[in-house]
Write a protein that binds this ligand. Structure first.
Ligand SMILES: *Cc1c(COP(=O)(O)O)cnc(C)c1O
Length: 439
């Protein structure tokens, strides 16, 4: 054991000094960035006594739609609600199926069950960590209504390969943009690439306003269906998009006054007010995040086994680089496991480094046995669906993500010295891989 103490460059995990020593300014990671302008906007709403209307939300929606470049935006109480609306708008109903990548947050898929549909989980690509375009078509059946794509950790899904498959089979594409507000795919904004999109804006997300969500589309019919589902007071009435029409959503206008989804998804006005302020500064703030994370990766370019999770297409970006990740190859690091690598990084002083990402959903009991409608059988089968349940091992890339994906610091500021210090920690652990693997 004595030898461990002699080498001052040894890993912290093996008794050496930590690479991350400085007291790091909490601002480096703090998010969202708020100023007096956010506070004033929220205060104005409280003082005006109109926390529960839609006037501020409509302004926020118009600005958000203009920013991402779509016709319609609809604020919701959270991202899960926006996804449920999007599913229903696309015609997902009892006995139908959707296709969704297995490695994502549960809300990308679970709203299908609430509508009596089931989920056929597909695998992800090892480099993009997004839906694998080669694992979609064979899953499409007579009852498949929608394909959900998740722009994972800010990385755009390969829409040029996904959309033609969907179009060929007449299946709608729903983008889950909860990780990718502001991400560009070949010069087009994520959230404008499929038929309809939903984004979370909860406090931990890249675009953060507390609890909130945003549905976006350029399809008038899908928009009106989403309104009717959960925004009863806007159903059939004049909207921002149709000021003078009284029955803009045709047959659905009969349901005005009661949401046809029997749920209420209105966004709080304090959150909308904060969202308007956040939106003003968001493009410049994510540009700085992109500079910072790109700087981190450029410092590690020559390190074997560690690769950026970064977009390879021209005119494309990682947006706010939500929960930035790296791609790990143990074969270049003397077989050192990704989990052990992350443990060593944590010992060096970066506590948030973990292996993997969202646990694959295909193995979760919710998508096997849950009986939401008290029918005495699993909801994924109860409406006559095909049995598309899949257990562990069916989707190899998603199932092994804990061996190939690791966390990196989600820098919010391009602080050169601190980024160099974090990069040095990753380099240090990688350069001791052989020793660590043997320990
Ligand atoms: C956070 C998240 C959601 C759900 O959004 P909420 O606002 O928490 O309801 C949906 N999909 C993905 C991919 C998410 O990360």
């Amino acid at each position: 054991m004595a030898s461990l103490c002699i080498d001052s460059k040894n890993l912290a995990l093996l008794g050496g000094p930590q690479a991350i020593v400085e007291e790091v300014d909490p601002k480096l990671f703090h998010w969202p960035i708020t100023t007096e302008e956010d506070e004033q906007a929220v205060l104005d709403v409280i003082r005006a006594g109109n926390m529960s209307a839609v006037d501020i939300t409509k302004k926020f929606e118009a600005e958000y739609a203009a920013w991402i470049g779509c016709e319609y935006a609809l604020g919701t109480c959270n991202g899960t609600a926006a996804l449920l609306e999007a599913f229903w708008a696309c015609g997902v109903g009892a006995g139908d199926e959707i296709i969704c990548p297995a490695m994502t947050y549960w809300a990308s898929a679970a709203p299908a069950l609430a509508l009596g549909a089931s989920v056929n989980f597909a695998d992800i690509e090892p480099d993009t960590l997004c839906l694998d375009p080669d694992d979609i078509e064979h899953r499409i059946g007579k009852r498949t209504k929608a394909i959900v794509v998740v722009h994972y950790a800010g990385h755009p899904a390969d829409m040029d390969r996904i959309m033609p498959i969907a179009r060929k089979h007449g299946v709608k594409v729903i983008e889950d943009v909860s990780h990718a507000h502001g991400s560009l795919y070949k010069n087009r904004m994520c959230g404008t690439l499929g038929d309809i999109a939903a984004a979370s804006m909860m406090a931990g997300k890249s675009f953060a306003i507390g609890e909130g969500g945003m549905l976006t589309t350029s399809d008038r019919e899908l928009y009106e269906r989403a309104v009717a589902f959960a925004h009863y007071e806007r159903t059939g009435g004049p909207s921002r998009y149709a000021k003078s029409e009284s029955a803009v959503n045709g047959d659905l206008a009969r349901f005005a006054g009661i949401p046809i989804g029997a749920v209420k998804h209105r966004l709080n006005q304090t959150a909308s007010a904060m969202g308007r302020v956040q939106l003003k500064y968001y493009p410049q703030r994510i540009a700085e995040i992109q500079r910072a994370v790109n700087r981190f990766w450029s410092l590690l370019e020559d390190v074997p086994g560690l690769r950026p999770h970064r977009v390879k297409w021209a005119d494309s970006t990682m947006g706010g680089w939500y929960h930035a990740r790296g791609l790990y190859d143990a074969s270049e690091l003397h077989g050192l496991s990704c989990e052990k690598f992350c443990e060593a990084i944590r010992a060096e002083g970066f506590a948030d480094c973990t292996a993997g990402a969202n646990a694959p959903l295909n193995s979760h009991a919710m998508f096997h046995d849950a009986d939401l409608f008290n029918q005495g059988q699993p909801t994924v089968l109860a409406f006559g669906q095909r049995d598309v349940r899949q257990g562990p091992g069916c989707l190899p890339v998603s199932d092994h993500a804990h061996e190939t994906v690791f966390g990196i610091p989600w820098f919010k500021h391009d602080d050169v010295e601190l980024i160099e210090m974090y990069a040095a920690a990753y380099r240090k652990v990688a350069s001791h891989a052989e020793q660590l693997a043997a320990s």
